[in-house]
Write a protein that binds this ligand. Sequence first.
Ligand SMILES: [Zn+2]
Length: 168
Amino acid sequence: MSETPAEDAPQTPAAFNGSTTPARQTADGVAAIAGMLSQLPQTVTQALAMVLQQVPVQTRQHLCAQCLVARIGWEALHGQALKAAIAAAGKEFGLADGDPRASQLDPAPHLPENLRPGGPQGLPPLTAAVTTVGGTEVCSEHIPNRPGSQKLLIAQGALSPTTMAQLR
Ligand SMILES: [Zn+2]
């Protein structure tokens, strides 16, 4: 028997990985995986790398709850106008009727003037939440009891396409 007893093997500190896997065992595992990869044809490893690059990284961005409530209420009232505007945006872009990609286009220019973003009855923006207050995620505009009414200069969430359209 030439095997080293497990007690003599260097240990990975428990605090590091939550278990006491002997460092050699971990190293052997890594070496085994590396060995398997090196035995694969290069075309396979290249394909594997391409697949891994396409795995989407999920960054879950929540919307402001109050903005969302305002949008739901607006869509309940003006849903038909919004549907028509989305269809018109799709048509302008050369999409066929009912193409789901139309909903990714900006419908704002195709809404009746009084429903365009910025107006008193305009499409409310969906702003990304920047913080949580009392369990509710809110944007900087909707933080309860925030002092003053001016907009923050930089701490805004990502600009929505409709917000961008307003800036043009
Ligand atoms: Zn908000």
